[in-house]
Design a protein around this ligand. Sequence first.
Ligand code: BGC
Length: 486
Amino acid sequence: MTKRFPEGFLWGTATSSFQVEMGRGSPSKDSDWWAWVHDDENIRRKIVSGDTPEDGPGSWELYEEDFRLAKKELGNNAIRISIDWARIFPNPTTGVEVEVTRDEHGDVSHVEVNEGGLRELQGLTDPEAVEGYREILQEAKRRELTVMLTLYHWPIPSWLHDPIACRDDVDSAPLRGWLDQRTIVEFAKYTAYAARAFGDLVDLYATINEARIVGQHGYLSDPPEFPPGLYSPEHFMTVLHHLSIAHVVSYDQVKRWDSTSTSDLGPATVGVVCVLQYFDPADPGNPRDVEAARFVEYLYNEWFLNSITKGDFDVNLDGTIEPHEQRPHMVRGCDFIGVNYYTRWLVKHAVKGGDPRFDYALGPGGGELTDSNWDVYPPGLRHVLNWAYDRYRRPIYVTENGITDSKDERRVGYLLDHLGQLHAAIEDGVPVLGYFHWSLMDNFEWSDGYKMRFGLYNVDRETKERTPTKAVPVYREIASSNTLPE
Ligand code: BGC
């Protein structure tokens, strides 16, 4: 039987600014990620690949072509892109006065930005960056692509985070990124500004992309991977906590400063994007693996969503919320949950020598592996969609799902199988409103560089030519008919 998707379902692809923009036009050099991937010691120690984003697909200038592909060749009606905080504010915004409220725990709980503040912020932007993003968003509108705009997809301005100094000695580093609540305040200013500057062209926002990955790969990774390359459960928890607050304060800003609709969605629907994975114990007969898998699922899939939707800040991670961990004042809203789903992990008990709850290691599941050694496990998508809806009762977008497949042999199967599971979740009653495939084209895969190819289109690094993979006609057929073939 043909499987039809709900009326108005959004079909799209997802990209992020740092991963696709550079390669044509002016590079964005003022971020922690730029510093991280260019650092000689990181390259020598193979923490990063040595590839650099300035060899990327060049969407900063080639966006018209990208949107043409999305609309005409893929039959999409939507696209998920991000804007780069460091490109818009290469210089500090710290001097702009705002009113910061802190709660009884000393945490930032609200940031009040006023008109005067917005004017000052305007004066601190790189006008070329703002104009560039306006042109990109206008082009998406002209192509009738509904934009989901991610406000934070990882790079932080260098004036807030020196990842090399943090890597070398985090205690004495002056610019500590998300370890410092100052970053939350500056994020509020940036998001207020972005909502005002781009609000007439955007109705659908994601505040933060994958808080957990920022924490896990940056602060709980051995060997190091993402900036600042630390292994510290304590810092990991601080970062997760601060990113929760960053969602809260930016939610306020977007709701307040974007009052213009560009579609019938209304001015500002604001959600968050989380990566949800399917976790199984490596040995279901081993109680320590079972316990480790349960802990990892709680920590990785649940903690952040509990904090922003329920105000449960389980700071000691014991799974129960004591009175001082209940923070109802931190619940402002989350209009949808963006689910990124790629794979399943097997969790094994493994002694690390610190907090015993963090004594675990993750390994790929037993199925077919992608180029990234990730297990292809489509039923996990249906599982996490049901899981998220049962717990949080929010509409859901699948904001990323895709495969590294340099031989172009398995992307079609991956796409069809995952969409089958997504459709089953809708039949289970989960209100999934859209699907964004990761990614429109091959791009800069963070510390792995260009080796990992997620694109529906391959990109020639020299000419920037986009060449369709076998999945392009398949996805076009699905998106334009709003149905999944048998
Ligand atoms: C991120 C993307 C990344 C993709 C594949 C997600 O974690 O949001 O930026 O490229 O997964 O690794």
